[in-house]
Design a protein around this ligand. Structure first.
Ligand code: ADP
Ligand code: ZN
Ligand code: ZN
Length: 721
């Protein structure tokens, strides 16, 4: 008998691959390099078996780098669960979870241990910097709290050059992350209000797996509940995993955590890190050296040997669901992980996902409520819905909205105008013949970007110079149709001459560090009116912002996607949450063409419960999730017919069963994208167990389809259909 290793490789095949192990010891969980075809691949040993000598001719494991400690059986079990649930090859799940440096057949040699930079006397440092060096001053200010290189680079791209020179002058110091224990005292925690205290107490005293839904209005102090609960977790010598949605918020959250827990080792994991930083953070998590792991969705797959608590902040956020490759929900995996570990998990939101809300209603999750804003005196803002029908308006802005912005500015405050569409106008059109600019590769309009003098497709990136005349009829008077952030910026500038208008969207913040610079400008009071997309809706705390205007919200009400209304409710609640976070009362205005729509009545009631009750009863009647479990097959091809044909063969892989509905293949709502035509097939089951069983039964037949040339994917619990 000889020993063979079953290796999980990053290839699109469900099975493991056997390799002979020559002599040396090899354990399950070890990273190995193996020959595969003409290449060498990096894989992970998922199992060991005895095979009869000579029964097979096995290739041998080529080498064992030992740069990654052996992955634990618990971690491999987590990956197996994910592979089973999402019907994705184990090797690709492991590859998704591992940092890039451990996915390639090269030995990883860590650079020096990561350093934290800090300054004991920020005032003195600032005094040495030129008054006009705003980016340098921003970095200097951040050093009041120990900062990683990644966070500093996020603040200003050249930050590490300045840091090097400040270090040389002895103005700041660099400490290895591991030596932070003798850090400064923690910043004072506010005294929790009774609701916060109750929540902290409930979570901290939970024994075993208890899922909590922390339902707290915006500004109710959910973060404080996380911090105080984590303090109890650290005191017990356990690790805490905190998932946050938006990449832009990670440095902010990191600073808050470092200020509160100067003695703890905090590691952040998100896509802005370079490969080596991510690998080192991951290793610190895996070795149990990191006390708090703070990250975006990918952090949910980090190995954490002494995990004591999982927190998912803004649990309803769409960014927790990965939309390509392994289409996992980090929130769902977080809950599963907590159940495996027998620990509490806290899902926090002002507008919980309807899935989580239903779980709280049915008693599966324990509901904790924070019904009021935490800062004494801060009330929820006043909300008004402005009907645009036959209303007095200028440039598409309601007169009362213009007046409200004017009043806010006169008081020396800021206003935010929110429109969820970037660019100048959604398209360019000809009034003579009806032509409008559309993408040649997608079923989509081309968006007008006036500044760049381009028409751009927001789906595939295709772009064109603005044509001088209509390509169909030669009319030279082409008109922008509708409005995006850039046009809004222009309108507002005309309405409020002399005021500073700051636009924050994906175009204005493309440059590294631009987002943080913009946020800094808002805090410094350099902007009077902010114009922004949903990038601005989440989490940010602008003390001087008391007036928010929302434009073009209606599109969410008439979408083909059954989740659109839920998202709109969450979005408007978040946007409204930006206003009046301090003593001054805030004002939120929403413009609509459909003021009589029940959605707005519910929004005006300011009661998520009322909305959730109606939305859930509609879903129950229509058998939509969470009252059904869905899996969506997507296929794309040059011709729609081939995609449909492929999905028909997929359909045949399923065995009919009561409670299971296999739909018919249909064209996708947006038929064409990046030159390919797309189709989809929906599988719906009464519950998750039934869906999982059906998918598992179909798997062997589906495996045989994988050899084909069609690009396809399976999305379990799809976020968008
Ligand atoms: P949420 O995450 O629920 O939107 P935050 O955690 O951001 O709310 O808290 C909003 C504000 O309230 C923050 O400025 C925070 O410092 C403050 N805060 C939280 N808890 C308290 C408290 N118990 N007393 C006073 N201020 C508090
Ligand atoms: Zn024309
Ligand atoms: Zn396109």
């Amino acid at each position: 008998m000889i020993c063979a290793a079953q290796v999980a490789l990053d290839v699109p095949l469900t099975r493991l691959f056997s390799y002979a192990v020559d002599g040396g010891l090899l354990a399950v969980g070890e990273r190995v390099f193996v020959p595969f075809g003409h290449r060498v691949l990096s894989g992970v040993v998922a199992g060991l078996e005895e095979v009869a000598e000579g029964s097979m001719t096995l290739k041998a494991v080529q080498s064992v780098p030992r740069d990654l400690p052996c992955l634990s059986p618990e971690w491999l079990a987590l990956c197996r669960f994910v592979a089973d649930y999402y019907h994705h090859p184990l090797g690709q799940v492991i590859a998704t979870a591992l940092p890039a440096v451990f996915r390639i057949p090269e030995v990883f040699t860590p650079a020096q241990p990561p350093l934290l930079y800090r300054c004991d006397d920020v005032e003195a440092l600032l005094a040495r910097l030129a008054a006009r060096a705003t980016a340098q001053r921003r970095v200097a200010q951040a050093l009041a709290v120990p900062q990683t290189a990644a966070s500093l680079r996020a603040l200003a791209a050249p930050a590490m050059r300045w840091i090097a020179s400040w270090l040389e002058q002895g103005w700041i110091e660099a400490v290895p992350e591991t030596a932070m224990a003798k850090g400064k005292a923690a910043t004072n925690a506010p005294v929790p209000n009774p609701e916060q205290a109750r929540a902290v107490e409930a979570i901290a005293s939970a024994e075993g797996f208890v899922p909590f839904l922390l339902f707290g209005v915006t500004g109710s102090g959910k973060t404080e509940v996380y911090l105080q609960t984590i303090a109890t977790v650290l005191a017990r010598g356990k690790q805490a995993l905190v998932l946050v949605p938006e990449i832009n918020l990670t440095p902010q959250a990191e600073s808050a955590f470092r200020a509160r827990f100067p003695q703890a080792r905090i590691v952040s994991l998100h896509s802005r890190l370079n490969d080596s930083e991510r690998a080192q953070g991951w290793l610190a998590a895996m070795r149990g050296e990191a006390d708090i792991v703070l990250g975006t969705r990918l952090a949910v797959l980090a190995p954490l040997p002494r995990l004591g608590l999982v927190v998912v902040d803004e649990e309803h956020d769409a960014s927790f669901k990965q939309q390509d490759g392994l289409r996992y929900s980090a929130r769902d995996i977080a809950v599963y992980r907590a159940s495996q570990e027998g620990i509490p998990v806290v899902l926090g939101s002002a507008t919980p996902s309807l899935e989580s809300w239903r779980n709280a209603e049915s008693g599966r999750y324990r509901l904790l409520e924070l019904p009021a804003r935490a800062v004494p005196g801060a009330a929820l803002p006043e909300l008004r819905v402005l009907s645009m029908r036959r209303a007095p308006q200028r440039d598409g802005l309601h007169e009362s909205a213009i007046a409200a912005i004017g009043r806010a500015l006169d008081r020396g405050e800021q206003a935010l105008v929110f429109i969820n569409r970037r660019g100048y106008a959604p398209t360019l059109a000809c009034g003579e013949c009806g032509w409008s600019a559309s993408c040649r590769h997608c079923s989509a309009r081309l968006v007008l970007h006036l500044g760049a003098r381009r028409l751009r497709c927001h789906h595939c990136g295709y772009e064109l110079r603005i044509p001088p005349a209509c390509p169909d009829c030669g009319n030279q008077d082409l008109k922008p149709l509708g409005r995006g952030t850039q046009r809004l910026e222009e309108n507002l500038q005309a309405l409020f001459p002399g005021r500073n208008i700051l636009r924050i969207d994906r175009d204005s913040t493309r440059r590294k560090g631009a987002m943080d610079a913009a946020l800094e400008a808002v805090h410094a009071g350099e902007a009077d009116i902010l114009v922004g997309t949903q990038m601005l809706a989440k989490g940010h705390d602008f003390p001087r912002l008391n007036c928010v205007l929302v434009l073009e919200a209606d599109s969410g009400l008439f979408s083909v996607d059954y989740r659109a209304e839920e998202r709109l409710f969450a979005l408007l609640t978040q946007v409204a949450g930006r206003a009046g976070r301090r003593e001054q009362p805030g004002e939120v205005l929403v413009q609509t063409q459909f003021p009589e729509h029940p959605f707005y009545a519910q929004l005006l009631q300011r009661d998520y419960r009322v909305f959730a009750d109606r939305a859930l009863s509609e879903r129950r009647d229509l058998r939509l999730p969470p009252f059904a479990a869905w899996a969506l097959f997507r296929a794309e091809a040059q011709q729609l017919d081939s995609a449909l044909e492929f999905l028909r063969t997929v359909k045949q892989c399923f065995v009919p069963e009561p409670g299971l509905t296999i739909g018919d293949p249909v064209a996708a709502t947006m038929l064409k994208k990046s030159g390919l035509e797309r189709a989809q097939l929906l599988v719906s089951a009464e519950n998750r167990q039934l869906l999982q069983r059906a998918l598992a039964m179909a798997e062997p037949a589906m495996d045989r389809l994988k050899a084909g040339r069609i690009r396809w994917s399976l999305d379990v619990d799809p976020a968008e259909v």
